[in-house]
Each structure stands twice: as C-alpha cells, then as structure tokens.
Design a protein around this ligand. Structure first.
Ligand code: SAH
Length: 692
C-alpha cells in the first residue's frame, strides 16, 4: 500500500507530496532505533544474564517450574537468556510487529523455538487461560522497558497491569528494583537552556538591555525530559550544591501503582549557591540483594569504576521552576512529582514552624505559559544566550546598518530584528516563515516587544516570503536583508539554506544595492573516528553467545531502504570524536545572488593524516556574516594535535557513517578518501558518496 504524505520541504520551503509505502515508518524506526546500542551494552547484558540466572535458580530451588514473562522482548535476547538458564517456558511479548517477526527468527536460529513463544501484542492485550496466549501466569517477570527517565516508555502502567493479570503473587522480577538518584546543582550553562538571559547591546546612544517579559521569567517550561550525555559535561560547567540523594525506588516484584504521586526528601546544601537544576539518573538491581547493580551514575559519582558508554540510557536534567538561593547547611525539601510517564521537581525551604506538617506540594506538571518554550527548544535557548555569538551578529550588523536602512529579518524566533533596531536601522520588519507552529508566535513577540518598549518599532509580517507585497514594507525597498539563519523545521545543517530560498522569493523587493547578511554560507567536512558513537551503527553478530545477526541484517536493510544513504543529525559535543583529516570546505552558497537553477556539485579527496578508524564524515555549515566575520555551527576551532575537536554546543552536526570502516596506518603515505557531494537546488537535498 502506498500513501502520499504532504510536507514542507525543510530547505526549499515548498510543499511537496511524497509517496510513502507502508514500510517507510518502520524502516525509519528500525534504522534510527537504539536496538543496536542495547545489544552493544555489555554491562547491561551481562547483568541481566546474571540476574536472570539467579531468579531461575531461586524458583527451581523452591521446586517450582520456571515460567517467564518477558515484556518487550525485542530481539528475544532476555528470553533466550532465561531459556539457557533453565527456564521451563518463556512468553516473549513484543508489540512492534517487525521486531516480533525478527524475534521469531532469532529464537528459531538459536534453537529455542520449543521453549519460547513470541506473542505480537501489547502486554495489556495478552490473555491467560487454557485458550489464552499464556496457559498460566508466570512466576518470573523480565523486562527492559526503561528510558533515560526510567518511566517515560510506560514501564509503570505495564508493570501495574502485569502484576494484576499476568504474573503470580510473589513472583521474581528481573530487574528486582530501580532507584532514582538526584543531585542539586547550579549551572549557568544548563540554566541557559531554560531561561533567556538579558542581552546587552552597546548602541550609539548608550547601552541597551533586552529583557524577557515577566511571563517568560516565571514560566515553568515544558514537561519533556531533557536527556543528555552528562559524562560530556565538564565539571567546570556546574557546581554541585548537594550530595547525591536517593529520590525514590520501585520494587518490580510487588504490585506497582502507576497513578500520579510525589516523593520528598530532605536536603542540606553542602555549599551555598543558586539552586537551578536537578541532575538525575537511576540504577537497577537485578536481584533482591542488590549485588548485581547496573548504574547510570555520571563520572564524578563513581570515579573508580569504568563507565559503560550507552546512548539508550543517559542522564536527565530537570529545571527547577525558579532559581532559588540556598545556604550551606539550611534545611530544604526536594519534591519529585510524577504522573504515569514523566517526573518533575520543585524545591521548598523548611521554616522551623513547618518542620512537622510538610509544606504544600506542587503537583502540577510544568506547562509553558509564556510560549517561548514552545518556540525555542533547549539548544535554541542556549544558542540565543550565547553572548559570544550575539557579539558576532552585533559587530556585523553595526558594519552594514545605516540610519536610513530598511531592514527585513527572515529567521524563526530571532532576536536580530531587535538588535537591528537598537543599532539604528530606520525601519525593521521580521518574518518567521516556519509552518509548523502549534500556536501563533506573534503573541509572544508582542509580549516581548512590550517588555522592551518596542511595540511600534518592529513590524511582524505575517506572510510567507513568496507572498510579500510592497505594502508590507510601506512601499520601500529592502536595503538590508538579515537572517541567522535559523528555522525550526531544520533537522540537518543545510536545511537552514531555506534562507537562500526565502531571499530568492523576496528578490523583487530588494534594493539594487542591498546588503545580505549572512552574505554567504559554506559547507564543511571532516573525516573522524568516534570514541563511541560508531556503536549505534555497528553490527553486533553475537550477543552474550546468542546469534542476533538477523537484527543486524534488519537494521542494514532499513538503512539501505532509501537508495542513497543519508546523513543523520547528532549533537557532537555529546559524542566525542577525533579528526583524521583536516577540515575542508566543500561547497559555498552565495546569498548575494538568487538560488541557481543548476545543481551545485563538487568532487575531491581528503587525506587521512592521522592514524585511526574512519567511521564517517562530519558535515556542518559556516555562515559568513560579513567579509571578515563568520559563525560556525560545527567545529569551533581547528582540532588540536591529538585530533580532539570542539563542537558548537548548540547545534547538531550531520554525520554520514561509512558503510565500512578503514584503519589508516601509514602516516608517510596517507590514504585518501574520495568524495562526491551534490546539492540539488530543486529539492534542496544534499547527496553524498564516499569511496575509501
Ligand atoms: N528486551 C529487549 C528489547 C528491549 S527494548 C532487550 O533487552 O534487548 C523494549 C521493547 O519493548 C521494544 O521493542 C518495544 O516495542 C517493546 N514494548 C514496550 N512496551 C511494551 C508492552 N507493554 N508490551 C509489549 N511490548 C512492549
């Protein structure tokens, strides 16, 4: 079956209809899934196996048959572990059809078909009885339904149901329990992902300070989890205000309640400071004794044990509703509220008279009231708060603006119009072309302008570039066209080339001597060796002795589903890599001219100058604001002599994984990688091919 899906092309902005087979979604899901990463997670796999063996032994020692329920079996791995450990029978439940099919194949290939029954259902649909999916209730419950926030994938309702209907009372559970840990910190860097800091602008007539409206100051933000590779956050970027505290535990061997609730702990700050952020992670005990423990604790908590790298489980950053000054040794309550799927935090000060009957608990989940958190995601907040970056824009605007400038800004949720006004442009208007706004951002801008007394200074044009009329511009021609460029629809770095298409669409409104800022953009590329990220695309072969090649093949098929393999976005500050080649400029885009009709293509070769494994190419954009001022969305400076790279912390870079890895060895005669890169100006897509 084929369906047509309409979407706005992220680069060209035009509406297009794409024919999608019904396979499309599931190929995407598998290609981008974390199954490979889980299978590479040795620490997790070994501990699950130990826990499963111990649970089967305990049941056998009681003289019972071991009947296993494995909810969310994926590849069938945990059921195969149970069968090998001597379980009498396993019911392996998997809701995602392609995975259930793969599990059947993998189970068969490993010779467990008589011990494991794969059931392609959601666990809450599974029936028990003589004619049911399961003949009887199980006495061992095995699952791996956790995300970085522990409960975000629905573990609680699934456990609640399983205890009511699918397992025996007093069953064994692997994992046996999960515990959530928290630590209170102050961090300007992380706080800048939630709040807009005042922006200082040195103007002709003195310093101007752009401030957020009060609604934004008091807004609790959005409930979606902020999960990051906390191990990549240098200790200089935050300061811990409390010890690590156990926030709550869930015992999976007993009935589980999923209904909303809260947990509260008392804290005494170990240091005075501004409480802004709660960092959180969890661990799971695979057995009741707690001897088989799998932990997500970051580097500073367990500095002696080797850290297992994993991408399917990271750590969480929670933003307190307000910044709260705290004093070393004072008594505080930290409250974790949760519903079925998410957790949020608040901090209360304990006054002496309140100690006994605890203060009110806020149980309301954070909902953005100011709309800024709907317009800007967390990295975008970070980018707007990046004072260095703002300085580059201010410097370049100062160069191009004159007192009679008629300025149009095309970018989503940009502060450039305000900067242009402060820096003396006569007339400033802005356009925010993205189509996927769930709300009208104009109200936010109105509040923003009002807070800064700019209501009548900046005009918002509510038309798309191709519908711009002279009347929108008060019949004037645009003398300065600016953009960051940034658009919320962009996924890959070059999608922001939409600015070029918008510029082309408004061509007739541009003065003959128009200045376009940025004047051009360039695409850059570098070959790298990843410290760990390679795992997410690397075949697994066998996992703890089980043949899971079927899964490897399935991922490979899905990756090759579209004829040309595609680059994928990753925030590389979280995924360290080493450069193996010099960074190279591969394409340039001249914004002073309109988008050409013909394709832009290039071919060439890069030398692998350093020893290492070439996992792939990283690509990013640089914007040349003026002749001598550029901003990079990728590499922030040339790699040092060891090849370590510093990436723009607010942007995702494009990663093109090579289908095979080569090891460069000889430095005197460097290997070359040849490439062909083509930017199709009609579709806005960049196709690339590399030969090693
Ligand atoms: N057990 C495997 C895979 C874990 S990934 C392993 O440890 O390697 C979790 C899987 O559970 C996913 O494939 C997801 O589709 C499935 N899943 C999640 N909740 C489920 C539920 N309630 N019923 C059935 N399958 C579920």
């Amino acid at each position: 079956m084929k369906t047509f899906c309409g979407r706005a092309n992220p680069t060209t902005g035009s509406m297009e209809w794409i024919e999608e087979g019904e396979d499309y979604d599931y190929h995407q899901e598998i290609a981008r899934s974390r199954y490979a990463d889980m299978l590479h997670d040795k620490d997790r796999n070994v501990k699950y196996y130990q826990g499963i063996r111990a649970a089967v032994s305990r049941v056998k020692e009681r003289g019972e048959k071991a009947i296993v329920l494995d909810i969310g079996t994926g590849t069938g791995l945990l059921s195969m572990m149970a069968a090998s450990a001597g379980a009498d029978f396993c019911y392996a439940i998997e809701v995602f059809k392609p995975m259930a099919n793969a599990a059947v194949k993998i189970v068969e290939k490993n010779g467990f078909s008589d011990k494991i029954k794969v059931i392609n259902k959601h666990s809450t649909e599974v029936t028990v009885g003589p004619d049911g999916d399961m003949l009887c209730r199980a006495n061992i419950l095995v699952t791996e339904l956790f995300d970085t926030e522990l409960i975000g994938e629905g573990a609680l309702p699934t456990y609640e149901h399983a205890h009511k209907y699918l397992v025996q009372e007093g069953c064994e559970a692997v994992p046996h329990r999960a515990t959530v840990y928290v630590q209170l910190v102050e961090s300007r860097r992380m706080w800048s992902w939630k709040k807009l800091f005042p922006v200082h602008v040195e103007a002709e007539d003195g310093e101007k300070i752009l401030v957020p409206p009060s609604e934004m100051e008091n807004c609790p933000g959005v409930p979606s989890v902020c999960d990051i590779q906390l191990n990549q956050m240098p200790s200089s970027d935050f300061s811990t205000l409390s010890d690590v505290v156990k926030m709550f535990s869930v015992d999976f061997s007993k009935p589980v309640q999923s209904a909303s609730t809260y947990y509260r702990v008392q804290l005494e700050p170990v240091k005075s400071g501004k409480a802004q952020i709660v960092l959180s992670w969890w661990d799971i005990d695979m057995d009741p004794s707690g001897r088989i423990n799998c932990s997500m604790a970051p580097y500073w908590v367990k500095p002696t044990s080797a850290l297992q790298w994993r991408d399917h489980w990271m750590q969480c950053v929670y933003f307190l509703p307000h910044e709260e000054p705290v004093v070393q040794g004072e008594k505080l309550y930290l409250t974790a509220c949760r519903d079925e799927y998410s957790v949020w935090y608040s901090l209360q000060k304990v006054r002496a008279d309140e100690e006994e009957h605890k203060a009110d608990v806020c149980v309301e989940s954070p909902v953005c009231r100011c709309r800024a958190h709907l317009l800007w995601n967390r990295p975008r907040f970070g980018e707007l708060n990046d004072q260095n970056r703002t300085c580059q824009y201010i410097k370049s605007l100062r160069k191009v603006l004159k007192t009679d400038s008629v300025c149009l800004c095309i970018s989503d949720g940009s502060l450039l119009p305000v900067l242009a006004h402060y820096l003396g442009a006569k007339q400033v208007q802005c356009m925010q072309p993205s189509r996927i706004h769930l709300f009208h951002p104009h109200e936010l801008w109105q509040a923003f302008f009002k807070a800064n007394h700019l209501e009548d200074k900046i005009k918002i044009i509510e038309a798309r570039p191709e519908l711009l009329k002279p009347s929108h511009l008060e019949d004037k021609k645009i003398s300065v066209l600016v953009g960051e460029p940034f658009f919320t629809t962009s996924l890959l770095p070059w999608h922001n080339l939409y600015f070029w298409y918008a510029r082309t669409a408004v061509s007739t409104h541009l003065a003959s001597n128009v200045t376009v800022l940025p004047q051009s953009a360039s695409l850059h590329m570098m070959i790298v060796e990843f410290q760990d990220l390679w795992r997410i695309r690397s075949p697994c072969g066998t996992c703890e002795g089980f043949d899971v090649q079927t899964m490897d093949d399935m991922i490979k098929d899905s990756l090759n589903f579209r004829e040309s393999r595609e680059a994928e976005p990753h925030p590389l500050w979280e995924y360290p890599c080493k450069s193996l080649s010099e960074p190279q400029e591969v394409l340039t885009f001249d914004f002073t001219k309109t988008v050409p009709q013909h394709c832009l293509s290039t071919e060439g070769s890069v030398k692998l100058l350093w020893k290492g494994k070439s996992h792939g190419a990283v690509l990013w954009m640089e914007y040349h604001l003026t002749a001598d001022i550029s901003v990079s969305t990728g590499l922030m400076q040339l790699p040092n002599e060891k090849g370590s790279c510093e990436w723009n912390p607010h942007c995702k870079q494009a990663v093109y994984f090579f289908s095979s890895v080569i090891e460069s060895e000889i430095l005197s005669d460097p290997t070359a990688v040849t490439y062909a890169i083509n930017f199709d100006t009609k579709t806005g897509e960049i196709a690339m091919d590399f030969k090693l």
